[in-house]
Design a binder for this molecule. Structure first.
Ligand SMILES: [Zn+2]
Length: 264
């Protein structure tokens, strides 16, 4: 039975990924969230059957039906990634659990999964927008902070732990923002730091920050070595913070123990 749900979760995740692609585009371009999607190149409306997550991209050979120009690979990649992340969150909270999941709406694993799905969705939009346009918009980060905080409180996490790690997360970036006059990090990173704090609590927030800096340094050196970037290029740091948040959320305690074991 769990496999039946897994297939459903994957399809649901792909559909949400499709919506997040559209949300990121419309937020950046200040377009209404209502109304049908159009091809960004020829501006023709996209038929519903050309808008099926993953499948339409394959069926159309990655090209618009009208103008035959390429559809950005971002679209199927985000749909696939969201589907996989939704499935991962589902499996982490439900595999090995004997409960008949969706029938027990009061069950804790269900709410943990819903919290993770929401966090994934917010972070996917932040990732897309920071990577493409170097912005983290308040329309995403502020509702995300409130919603994730409320769910975590409802799940019984201590508000002092959440609040203090939110202060650590946002303070860490606020300090860099002030010292560098906004050259090292953007003001959006401060809000993202607060989101990471309320999502993770202590000490997972530290794990996430460390992971993001390790990944950022590693990929930064790689890009400089291959001359894709130079030392003073702007780095959209949310691109590292978003995945690091999910890794710390799911495997933070294990990573923390492993790291502490190395030290002592
Ligand atoms: Zn077109």
């Amino acid at each position: 039975m769990v496999w039946f749900y897994a297939v459903f979760v994957f399809i649901f995740g792909a559909a949400i990924g499709s919506f997040l692609n559209c949300l990121a585009w419309r937020l950046y371009h200040n377009e209404s969230l209502w109304g049908r999607s159009a091809c960004p190149k020829c501006h023709k409306k996209i038929y519903w059957y050309d808008n099926v997550p993953l499948l339409s991209y394959l069926a159309l050979g990655g090209k618009c039906r009208h103008c035959r120009q390429k559809i950005a690979i971002q679209y199927p990649l985000v749909e696939l990634a969201t589907a996989c992340l939704f499935l991962l969150a589902f499996s982490l909270h439900f595999f090995g659990n004997e409960v008949d999941l969706f029938l027990t709406f009061s069950s804790r694993p269900l709410w943990l999964m819903v919290r993770d799905w929401l966090l994934i969705s917010f972070l996917v939009v932040i990732f897309i927008m920071d990577l493409r346009w170097y912005v983290i918009v308040d329309e995403i980060s502020l509702p995300a902070i409130v919603i994730i905080l409320l769910i975590n409180l409802a799940l019984g996490m201590s508000w002092t732990a959440l609040l203090s790690s939110a202060i650590i997360g946002s303070g860490f970036f606020a300090l860099q923002y002030v010292i560098s006059h906004g050259r090292w990090v953007g003001s959006g990173d401060i809000r993202l730091g607060a989101l990471m704090g309320v999502a993770l609590g202590w000490p997972k927030i530290l794990v996430a920050l460390m992971l993001a800096y390790l990944a950022g340094a590693f990929i930064g050196v790689f890009l400089i070595a291959f001359k894709k970037k130079h030392l003073k290029s702007a780095i959209p740091f949310g691109v590292f913070l978003a995945p690091a948040t999910l890794v710390a959320l799911w495997w933070g305690p294990a990573l923390w123990q492993w790291y502490a074991g190395l030290l002592f």
